[in-house]
Design a protein around this ligand. Structure first.
Ligand SMILES: [Zn+2]
Length: 136
């Protein structure tokens, strides 16, 4: 451990508000997955399964982090924010500006935001945060 905190180094990681206990759950799940992969219990193609659209979103509306991909080590991870809910596309909307999330939060209806880390190179992807938005 270096004490290096991703959330402090990424300008827009606050797009989806942090929720401490949930964040820890996601982090533990990520660690377990990576440990199982390192032990050879999980095949690389099972965890590097980002869909083409997710990879494109990682490049075009994702937020580049300073964190190396834990799988291929050849690319920095991107954080991609998706929101699902009424009157949004069924595959979710990829959010790239913070004001957009605030606007959705003011709408009526129940929306769910997800923050996903993606490696555009090898396709590693993992949810790092989720939150509920909107007035309902
Ligand atoms: Zn990678």
């Amino acid at each position: 451990m270096t004490g290096h905190s991703a959330s402090q180094n990424t300008s827009r990681s606050g797009l989806v508000p942090a929720r401490r206990s949930a964040d820890i759950d996601y982090r533990l799940a990520r660690e377990r997955l990576l440990n199982a992969w390192a032990d050879g219990l999980i095949a690389t193609d099972l965890i590097c399964d980002a869909q083409p659209m997710l990879r494109r979103n990682a490049e075009h509306c994702g937020e580049k982090t300073t964190i190396d991909c834990p799988i291929c080590n050849q690319e920095k991870l991107s954080n991609v924010t998706y929101v699902f809910g009424p009157r949004l596309p069924s595959h979710g909307r990829c959010i790239s500006v913070s004001g957009e999330l605030d606007r959705i939060n003011k709408r009526s209806g129940e929306f769910t935001g997800y923050l996903i880390e993606v490696c555009p190179k090898c396709g590693w992807n993992h949810m790092i945060r989720s939150t509920t938005l909107g007035k309902y």
